[in-house]
Design a binder for this molecule. Structure first.
Ligand code: NAD
Length: 519
């Protein structure tokens, strides 16, 4: 077994694409500023989705391995907690500069393990960088408050203190951006982080760890624990871990929330999604068609903010479907390193599952307008391909509508009015993102007010908030009460402390057993 001890030795995306690598390296954990080979001999394969080849393995931690990584974070934390905000800010700035200079390296790693096209991979790193830039303002964001003379000669102040070791558990679909929703803020606020990335695309996490080290972050403040349920359970149960930020599918998010809180931890668990795009009759249909294609098929539909249900008011539905069909015909599916529009799905099993939903929709009576199951691709035949798929006359009882599919499948659900569209969106158990396309300001305003969804786009199909606002859905799309990044992120990673102060003053002496009252 070749072990990756140097992150620069990670296979690059533009390696020889005609042969699978001969000796598979293993991606190992990162603890206390160095690669860490645990004791577990369990591993999982990591694929290049555009070729279908296994290109490396990733270590799957044992409980003991997880405890060692958590221990490295716990040992390093006190010194980082006590480091001045000025010095912490300098480390954050250096990390931002390095990330900005070298983000194409991260993008290549992402494309080689996730499959999304290079420009999209670069886009996710750039959106993550936004949060790093926001976290650079840590000195301002961690400011407390002071009230002088709250009672006579008594002052009250509040301050925010870090929690300690915090765990970040992330999904496969954004191996850079989703972890960066959390760890820049957690670190800026003075915590130590253990990141448990998805085992499907684990290498970006190690690249980020090496970048932190180059930026001067003390060893042990950013650690990477690779693994599956065993690693996750260790983070949820270990008393040294004070908070968990999780992103993934709804059943696992619910499990993480319930288990983490039962162990006394602060938990924010972001779950799955079913995002609707409502198109009213007065919308610009060319803009709406472009948006539906971009938001439905970008990153092969493997985005938690992807549009999967297009809710079209009947009178314009035929014209809209026609326009979308014409646009799909221009898309190039293939290897993300070859300048294509859309890459493969992350694994063969996932591709097959998505394809089975297409079949189920057809069997249930929906109209398959564009079938992506036998696509022409610019890539190796063994890649996990599924072309853009458009399916019309979908009804709310079909599994293609009820389930989160997470692939390049756009379902058209026809409605007769705005009220019908709103009722449909609000009756869905998920509430991550939604969009409305209209030129009627009154209708848009009603929608933003009435829709029960956490992130709303008005003529914007993928309304992912900027780093200084907070990201999070409602209902089954988020468990916990704090959203990711923005000021909510700083609140999540710190505890409030209020101090009431009186300096010696003879006028306040004497016994008084009553409850303190302000005078
Ligand atoms: P997933 O739930 O399978 O995995 C997420 C994380 O949980 C991974 O680190 C994985 O190793 C771990 N995990 C998997 N099975 C587990 C188990 N039984 N017990 C404990 N941990 C387990 O999700 P995924 O397939 O990697 O990612 C896609 C999902 O993530 C979709 O549902 C998508 O909507 C969701 N997602 C949501 C958001 C959001 O902001 N709400 C963002 C991105 C992705």
């Amino acid at each position: 077994m070749t072990t990756i001890t140097d992150p620069e030795a990670l296979p690059s995306a533009d390696g020889d694409a005609t042969h699978p690598p001969a000796n598979l390296p293993t991606v190992v954990h990162w603890a206390a500023g160095a690669p860490f080979v645990g004791k577990s001999d369990r591993t999982a394969p990591v694929y290049d989705p555009a070729t279908g080849w296994v290109t490396k393995n990733v270590a799957l931690a044992s409980r003991e391995d997880a405890e060692a990584v958590i221990g490295a974070a716990a040992a390093a934390w006190p010194a980082w907690r006590d480091m001045s905000l000025a010095r912490r800010t300098q480390v954050l700035f250096r990390f931002r500069e390095l990330l900005n200079e070298r983000k194409h390296e991260a993008a290549e790693i992402i494309t080689s393990e996730h499959g999304k096209v290079l420009s999209d991979a670069l886009g996710e790193v750039t959106r993550g960088q936004e949060v790093v830039e926001f976290a650079c303002g840590l000195a301002h964001l961690l400011k407390g408050s002071l009230t002088e003379n709250a009672s006579t000669k008594v002052d009250v102040s509040s301050l925010r203190q870090p929690l300690g070791v915090v765990g970040v558990i992330s999904p496969f679909n954004f191996p850079a951006m989703v972890p960066m929703w959390f760890f820049p803020i957690a670190i800026a606020a003075g915590n130590a982080v253990v990141l448990k990335p998805s085992e499907k695309d684990p290498s970006t996490a190690n690249w980020l760890a090496a970048l932190w080290q180059e930026a001067g972050l003390p060893n042990g403040i950013f650690n990477v624990l690779h693994g599956d349920k065993t690693a996750v359970d260790a983070l949820l149960e270990d008393p040294r871990v004070k908070a968990i930020s999780f992103v993934g599918s709804t059943p696992i998010a619910r499990y993480v929330y319930e288990t983490g809180t039962a162990h006394g931890k602060r938990v924010q668990a972001l779950g799955g999604a079913k995002n609707h795009m409502v198109v009213l009759p007065d919308a610009d249909l060319n803009l709406a068609a472009d948006a539906a294609v971009n938001a439905g098929f970008g990153s092969a539909g493997e985005r938690c903010m992807a549009i999967s249900a297009l809710v079209a008011v009947d009178v314009i539905a035929d014209e809209l479907v026609h326009k979308i069909t014409a646009r799909i015909a221009t898309l190039r599916t293939g290897d993300g390193r070859r300048g294509c529009d859309m890459g493969p799905l992350v694994t063969g099993a996932h591709r097959d599952k998505v394809a089975s939903y297409v079949q189920a929709g057809q069997d249930a009576g929906a109209t398959l307008v564009v079938d992506g199951r036998d696509p022409v691709v610019d890539g190796e035949s063994g890649g996990f391909w599924l072309g853009p798929t458009l399916i019309d006359h979908v009804t709310t009882d079909m599994s293609i509508y009820t389930d989160e599919i997470f692939g390049p499948v756009l379902s058209v659900v026809r409605v007769d009015s705005y009220d019908h569209a709103l009722a449909l969106v609000n009756s869905n158990p998920y509430g991550n993102g939604t969009a409305i396309f209209t030129n009627d300001g009154g209708a848009a305003r009603r929608y933003q007010n009435e829709v029960e969804v956490g992130m709303v786009g008005i003529n914007v199909p993928v309304p992912v908030p900027v780093g200084y606002y907070s990201f999070g859905g409602w209902k089954a799309s988020l468990f916990g009460d704090t959203h990711a990044h923005g000021t909510e992120g700083f609140n999540f990673y710190t505890r409030n402390k209020v101090i009431t102060t009186r300096w010696l003053d003879p006028s306040h002496g004497g016994l008084n057993l009553g409850f303190p009252q302000n005078e």
